[in-house]
Design a protein around this ligand. Structure first.
Ligand SMILES: CC(=O)SCCNC(=O)CCNC(=O)[C@H](O)C(C)(C)COP(=O)(O)OP(=O)(O)OC[C@H]1O[C@@H](n2cnc3c(N)ncnc32)[C@H](O)[C@@H]1OP(=O)(O)O
Length: 424
């Protein structure tokens, strides 16, 4: 009998997603998921096939889906050992329309019955980048058009965000109304839309005895499709969302739910950039912070940022300043230098304040060691991020892509990538 393993395929490889022109059906791009464990289980394998090909195709504008499953060989059932039913498994995650035709018919339908599409909600922002027009549409979950689109694309959250989950589309109207949904689209000169990414934001009710309807906006999901990643779309999309909530008088604070590492980087860099270029950090110096001469709390509130995220930006800005002034000093001189000592005190003070309960359980020497260790981890992380700022990586053009690709090759040979730990 053949070993069971020979009939198992890697679900991340077997599943291919594709985007298709809504007017010609032509394939525009293909890509694989990052995770399939929420659908096919922890091992991310599908049992019972040789050369299994699971194609999940989307019309690039309204994201109407089509699932097409094919294989070279399917294992014959032996007792209770049967091939997994891929379509049945995916029925839980895709709307019914995904199971109506094969890929060829799906493409033919697109080519022969093109219907023009406009994203749900209202147009929030238009921008042009490298000759392409991009639009951000702002919708509410209570809008049925928005629900339809979400029912088609929610599967992407499972496939690309670790620990991502569906949001409930058919909740009561009050709950639906708390969800803001933003869609990022490219728009062609012939007004054809191509979906690039989306974000969901939950507005928590914030009780205030004096003002009605205040909210804390929590950015819950944020996704840029792989063919569009690392081109600055995520940064520009994030900037536009933040600008929207900064202008909204009902929003008191903007938080992020469980950010992935790459999103946390993006957020750090864009928040720092906004605070610096917008003038909020004018007058921010180590001395001003140490002497409490800088109105940190007022600036934080105006920036609608949670404490920890704001503190990270302050510390990054101070470190950037220090590096510019005397970053070339040897480690030994930095250890003794007054300014570097002051910086370490500011960061350690903040770390201590935010982790007081955990640190209080350690004895004095352990506590000092732990603080020191955490400080160096934070400093390394800031240095890595500031290196990105120095190299102009936050939002760059095509020239930057090539320059950076060459640099990365060299970096990997020389020193590899720094290891990441949880942010503090
Ligand atoms: C709350 C949550 O939902 S957390 C989950 C967030 N989502 C995910 O993790 C899902 C999968 N990933 C994604 O959706 C995306 O990769 C995101 C949202 C994390 C980032 O979106 P992107 O569009 O790739 O971001 P953007 O391009 O602006 O920046 C990413 C990196 O590309 C760099 N970059 C920007 N433009 C370019 C360019 N033209 N060429 C090369 N690199 C570029 C940025 O500087 C940044 O690099 P760095 O991290 O070294 O500084």
């Amino acid at each position: 009998m053949e070993p069971i393993d020979e009939w198992s395929v890697d679900a991340n490889e077997a599943l291919t997603l594709s985007l298709h022109s809504p007017s010609s059906g032509e394939e525009l791009s293909t890509f694989h998921p990052k995770f399939t464990y929420p659908i096919f289980g922890e091992s991310e394998t599908i049992f019972g096939y040789r050369n299994l090909n699971v194609r999940l195709a989307f019309a690039a504008d309204n994201m109407s889906p089509c699932l097409d499953v094919s294989w070279d060989k399917k294992k014959k059932p032996v007792g209770e050992v049967v091939a997994e039913d891929v379509e049945a498994i995916l029925q839980e995650y895709l709307p019914e329309e995904a199971f109506k035709s094969d890929l060829k018919s799906f493409q033919n339908t697109l080519a022969n019955f093109y219907v023009s599409f406009t994203p749900p909600g209202s147009l929030l922002n238009t921008s042009t980048h490298l000759d392409t027009t991009y639009e951000i549409w702002h919708a509410n979950l209570s809008d049925p058009h928005c629900q339809d689109l979400l029912s088609r694309i929610q599967i992407l959250i499972l496939l690309f965000i670790e620990g991502g989950t569906f949001i409930t589309l058919d909740d009561d109207e009050w709950s639906q109304k708390r969800w803001d949904i933003f869609f990022l689209y490219a728009k062609s000169p012939s007004n054809e839309y191509s979906f690039i990414g989306y974000s969901t934001v939950y507005r928590y009710y914030y009780f205030s005895p004096s003002v009605e309807n205040l909210a804390r906006a929590r950015l819950s999901q944020f996704l840029i499709l792989p063919p569009y990643q690392r081109q600055g779309h995520g940064s520009r999309f994030y900037d536009a969302l933040i600008a929207h909530y900064l202008e909204d008088p009902a929003t008191l604070e903007i938080t992020v739910e469980d950010p992935s590492e790459s999103f946390a980087d993006l957020r750090d860099l864009r928040d720092l950039n906004r605070l610096q270029t917008g003038g909020a950090f004018k007058g921010l110096t180590l001395t001003a912070v140490s002497k409490k001469d800088f109105p940190l709390e007022a600036v934080r509130k105006a920036a609608k940022m949670p404490e920890r995220q704001f503190a990270r930006c302050v510390e990054m800005a101070l470190l950037q300043d220090l590096q510019e002034k005397d970053g070339k000093k040897s480690d030994e001189r930095k250890r003794k230098d007054r300014n570097w000592k002051m910086f370490r005190l500011v960061v350690k003070g903040r770390i201590y304040k935010q982790n007081r309960d955990t640190l209080a359980q350690l004895d004095r020497l352990e506590r000092i060691d732990k603080l020191e260790e955490t400080y160096f981890h934070v400093e390394d992380e800031y240095k890595r991020l500031l290196e990105s700022v120095k190299n102009g990586r936050a939002i760059e053009d095509k020239e930057g892509i090539e320059k950076r690709a060459n640099e990365e090759e060299e970096e990997e040979i020389d020193m590899g990538r720094p290891k990441k730990k949880a942010r503090v």
